[in-house]
Design a protein around this ligand. Structure first.
Ligand SMILES: Nc1nc2c(ncn2[C@@H]2O[C@H](COP(=O)(O)OP(=O)(O)O)[C@@H](O)[C@H]2O)c(=O)[nH]1
Ligand SMILES: [Mg+2]
Ligand SMILES: [Zn+2]
Length: 310
C-alpha cells in the first residue's frame, strides 16, 4: 500500500477524482470518513490517499482547508453553509471594456462575495482594444480598494501572458457577466480545456447534485480553474450586514472613525466613510453599491432564496 496526497477534482456519485503526483486516480472514502456528512470532501480538498494494488484508492484523511467557498443550502431546521469548493486562492472577476458595457453593480457584488468568503479578488478587463480608456476608469474606481486590474484582449492579443501568470500555480474561480469573454480567454490560453465557467442556465441550472457541484480543472502549467455554477448562485447571503463595510477594502481605514460605534454608513450623522467618499478618498459610487447590498443582506433570511435567484 502506497501513501500519497492529492487534490480532489470532482465527486462522481460516491467516488472522487483525485489529482495525485502520478496522475488522476479514482478514490473512495474510508469508512470512518464516509459516515460523516456529504460535505466532508469537496473539490479542492487536499486529501491523504492510500493507493491500492487493484481497485480505487482510499481517502484516509482531509487536510485542514485554507478557505471554503460556500453557498446557502436548505438545512433541516435552518439554512446552513454548504461548501462548494475548498482552498480557492483567488476570484478572477472578468468584465468587458465594452460590448457589453461594464456592469459596475454586478462587479461590486462579485467582489463582495469574494471578500465575504475571505478569498482575494483580481479584476480582468477584457476587450480592452474596444475602449482603451476603460483601463484608467477601472484603476480609478478599484485602485483605492487595492484590487489589481489586468487589461486583456483576445482579439488584439493583449495581457494574455500576464493572465497566464496570474493563474499559474493557483486555484482560481473565474466569474463575470455573460459575453465578457471568459470562455474566449480560457480558450486562448489553454485550448481544449472545455470549461463550463458561469454557463448557469444551459448547464448548471437544472443539474443534479453532481453537475451542480464545483469541479477543478487542472491547468497544464500547474494550478486549477475552479469551474462553478458562478458566484451569482453563491450570492451575498453569508455576508453579515455588520461585516459588509469591511468587504469594501477602501472603507476599512475609516470604519473606526464614525461617530456611532454601530454606524451602518447609511444616513447616520458623523459617518467617516461617507465623509471620506465626499472628500474623494474613493469613488462615491462604491458607496451606492454598498447601500444596495446592505439593503439585501439586512432583510430576514426567509427571503434570501429569492434574493439569491437575482
Ligand atoms: N472585440 C473582442 N471580442 C471578444 C474578446 N474576447 C471575447 N470576445 C467576443 O465576445 C463574445 C463573448 O465571448 P465569450 O468568451 O463567449 O464570453 P463568456 O460568456 O464570458 O464566456 C464572443 O463573440 C467573443 O468572440 C476581445 O478581447 N475583444
Ligand atoms: Mg462562456
Ligand atoms: Zn459610518
Amino acid at each position: 500500500m502506497a501513501l500519497t496526497t492529492g487534490v480532489v477534482l470532482a465527486r462522481v456519485g460516491s467516488t472522487y477524482r483525485v489529482h495525485a503526483d502520478r496522475g488522476e486516480v479514482t478514490a473512495v472514502l474510508r469508512g470512518r470518513l464516509k459516515r460523516r456528512d456529504d460535505d466532508r470532501v469537496v473539490a479542492g480538498d487536499v486529501v491523504e490517499l492510500e493507493l491500492q494494488p487493484d481497485g480505487p484508492a482510499t481517502i484516509s484523511a482531509v487536510r485542514p482547508r485554507r478557505s471554503v467557498l460556500a453557498r446557502r443550502a436548505a438545512g433541516e431546521r435552518s439554512p446552513r453553509a454548504q461548501p462548494l469548493a475548498a482552498n480557492v486562492d483567488q476570484v478572477v472577476v472578468v468584465a468587458a471594456a465594452r460590448d457589453p458595457e461594464p456592469n459596475l453593480r454586478m462587479l461590486d457584488r462579485f467582489l463582495v462575495v469574494a471578500e465575504g468568503n475571505g478569498i482575494p479578488p483580481v479584476i480582468v478587463l477584457n476587450k480592452i482594444e474596444l475602449e482603451r480608456s476603460a483601463e484608467q476608469a477601472f484603476q480609478r474606481r478599484f485602485g483605492p480598494a487595492g484590487y489589481q486590474v489586468l487589461a486583456t484582449s483576445v482579439k488584439a492579443v493583449t495581457g494574455l501572458p500576464a493572465l497566464r501568470d496570474l493563474l499559474r500555480g493557483r486555484a482560481s474561480v473565474l466569474t463575470g457577466g455573460s459575453g465578457v469573454g471568459k470562455s474566449s480567454l480560457m480558450n486562448a490560453l489553454h485550448p481544449g480545456l472545455n470549461l463550463r465557467i458561469g454557463e448557469i442556465s444551459a448547464y448548471w441550472g437544472k443539474g443534479t447534485h453532481t453537475t451542480r457541484a464545483a469541479l477543478l480543472v487542472p491547468l497544464p502549467e500547474r494550478g486549477y480553474v475552479v469551474d462553478t455554477p458562478g458566484l451569482r448562485e453563491i450570492g451575498t447571503w453569508g455576508v453579515d450586514p455588520d461585516a459588509l463595510g469591511g468587504c469594501f477594502p477602501e472603507f476599512r481605514p475609516f470604519l473606526d472613525g464614525c461617530r456611532f460605534d454601530n454606524c451602518r454608513h447609511l444616513t447616520e450623522p458623523g459617518c467617516a466613510v461617507r465623509r471620506a467618499a465626499q472628500a474623494g478618498s474613493f469613488d462615491p459610487d462604491r458607496l451606492v453599491s454598498y447601500e444596495r447590498i446592505y439593503a439585501e443582506v439586512s432583510v430576514p433570511s426567509w427571503s434570501s432564496a429569492r434574493r439569491r435567484g437575482r
